[in-house]
Design a protein around this ligand. Structure first.
Ligand code: IMP
Ligand code: MG
Length: 185
């Protein structure tokens, strides 16, 4: 795998801006959930970096759990309405306050399907926190309760998001050079 510089068009959100916004989100979520039970649910794998930094920005006690989902037709750019659960939560969420932590909402199809599934498990409350929102690409109606940044319709990577499974470790969000994207998901 080549160095990421080969694929980087520009840095869209630098490290300090990411961290400053995550601190703000952490403070807001801490206020909103003060005195309440809270479970953060991270959708693997893209949300991992955001989850761990958001956890450090929270001052309220919280549990964490993980789900992995794949949309049908993985490897393609577009996701569809149905998702396959490849890793499910480790315990019951009935009666609990759930906050879904996502890296990016694009069409919204993935998160809409996950929300529909989790609703059937009768949580006390269910909210969505996404680092990035590609709002102009939205197809499904998704209520977003906490959003880091609304971004343009460009393929981004770094800070948990992958470019063909690599470069998730970068501390910033970069835009991929359009001519260097092999397959996008
Ligand atoms: P949606 O179902 O169309 O909202 O797709 C959401 C998923 O697509 C995200 O969780 C990412 O895995 C992936 N995705 C969408 N846009 C990008 C991008 O620009 N870079 C990397 N992954 C992306
Ligand atoms: Mg993802």
């Amino acid at each position: 795998m080549q160095d990421y510089h080969e694929f980087l068009d520009e840095v869209l959100i630098p490290q300090d801006a990411l961290q400053a916004r995550i601190a703000e989100l952490g403070a807001q979520i801490s206020r909103d959930y003060a005195g309440r039970d809270l479970v953060l649910i991270c959708i693997l794998r893209g949300g991992v970096m955001f989850l761990t930094d958001l956890m450090r920005a929270l001052t309220v006690p919280h549990a964490i759990d993980f789900m992995a989902v794949s949309s049908y037709g993985a490897g393609a750019r577009e996701s569809h309405g149905e998702v396959r659960i490849s890793l499910d939560l480790s315990s019951s969420v009935e009666g609990r306050n759930l906050l879904l932590v996502e890296d990016i909402i694009d069409s919204g199809n993935t998160i809409a399907a996950v929300l529909a599934l989790l609703e059937t498990r009768r949580p006390q409350s269910l909210r969505v926190c996404t680092l990035l929102d590609k709002a102009e690409r939205r197809q499904a109606r998704v209520p977003i309760d906490y959003c880091g940044f609304v971004i343009p319709d460009r393929f981004v990577f770094g800070y948990g998001l992958d470019l063909d499974e690599f470069h998730r470790n970068l501390p910033f969000i970069g835009v991929a050079r359009p001519d260097r994207i092999l397959h996008r998901d």
